[in-house]
Design a protein around this ligand. Structure first.
Ligand code: 13P
Ligand code: SF4
Length: 341
């Protein structure tokens, strides 16, 4: 066996442990060109979330928020879907495309929100409210989706909550911050699961206030995964796509942005004349990076496309049961006019 083949076999055997194919990539390789070549050869599509590093966004076929990515996954005719995002997003793409290969460059690209709601605990919790409708944020595991009636994203959450008959109780999981925001917006009193996103809970009220005083001309915009005391300060609240669109349309020239810093790349590309300041976090670090999203790199993306690994595998029961709440969400969203942006 050649050295190269032996290394590949070893990397494949260690895939579960490492989460990715741990192989050296020639540093002189033009990764963008190689990835583009692989896309054509394999009729693959790269779907990337705004929180990916800018090089990955630049090589992607579609960049979007969780709703746009699910809609694109549902409509693609590519043979292989390469998901530059986190695990629950790739699982959603797989549930929508059970017969296609769905690749995630690093299987350990998880999500603190999805982790905060273990399905076996949620099942017991749900049993206490047998007549309630379960609305789950899409940031949850495929298994949790099997326990969910309707899925939602931060783009369509208000519409989804309003689609539940007024006489029905609602359990909302797993994000307590988005849940609290929705309670305020819709006036619905919901049972909230106590989960949160580690990135959106890190913003400092005090430092944001100081930054707003230093930049009185700036608009402060925030993602609804942020805590209530942060959202109260915001001029605009929305999903990543909605935040991006707001910065394009609004007349302000400076924006303080409270969400993961990856979104700044598209904001700067769309409005190069405007200034975008990441909202400061509570820690000493100047960045608001999601450590899960940032596990994906150009090297891992290249290797995953070359060897078509790691692949998302779900059992048939999970696909069949879990898909129903996603289909419902896509159906309600289409009727409400949410199209791929
Ligand atoms: P959206 O993609 O709905 O804006 O949500 C952001 C997020 O945290 C995704 O993990
Ligand atoms: Fe999960 Fe938060 Fe990272 Fe999004 S930003 S993937 S919600 S941990």
């Amino acid at each position: 066996m050649t050295d190269e083949r032996a290394l590949l076999n070893k990397a494949k055997n260690n895939l579960v442990l490492n989460g990715f194919l741990d192989l050296d990539v020639d540093p002189v390789l033009d990764l963008e060109a190689e990835i583009t070549k692989l896309k054509q050869e394999k009729n693959a599509i790269i779907l990337a979330h705004y929180y990916q590093e800018s090089e990955i966004q630049d090589v992607a076929d579609y960049i979007g928020d969780s709703l746009g990515l699910a809609q694109k996954a549902a409509s693609t005719d590519a043979d292989m879907i390469v998901f530059a995002g986190v695990h629950f997003m790739a699982e959603t793409a797989k549930m929508l495309n059970p017969h296609k290969k769905v690749i995630l460059p690093d299987l350990k690209a998880g999500c603190s929100l999805a982790d905060s709601c273990p399905p076996h605990l949620f099942k017991k919790f749900k049993e206490k409210y047998p007549h309630h409708i379960v609305v789950s944020y899409i940031n949850c595991t495929a298994e949790l989706k099997t326990l969910t009636d309707i899925c939602c994203t931060s783009s369509n959450a208000e519409v989804i909550i309003n689609s539940v008959p007024a006489d029905k109780g609602i359990i909302f999981a797993p994000d307590k911050n988005l849940g609290a925001y929705l309670q305020k917006k819709t006036g619905r009193n919901m049972i909230l699961w106590n989960g949160a996103c580690m990135v959106h809970e890190i913003f400092s009220h005090e430092k944001i206030t100081k930054l707003m005083i230093r930049h009185p001309e700036a608009k402060f915009i925030a993602h609804p995964e942020c805590e209530e005391h942060i959202l109260e300060k915001a001029h605009f609240i929305g999903s990543t796509t909605q935040l991006l669109k707001f910065t394009q349309k609004d007349s302000a020239q400076t924006f303080i942005v409270a969400t993961e810093a990856g979104i700044l790349h598209q904001m700067e590309l769309a409005s190069p004349e405007k200034t975008f300041l990441p909202a400061p976090p509570n820690n000493q670090c100047a960045c608001n990076d999601c450590p899960h999203m940032k596990r994906n790199t150009m090297e891992k993306l290249y290797l995953s496309m070359k060897y078509e690994l790691p692949e998302i595998i779900l059992d048939e029961r999970v696909i069949h049961e879990g898909r129903k709440c996603i289909d419902k969400m896509l159906d309600i969203s289409a009727k409400a006019g949410f199209s791929i942006g």
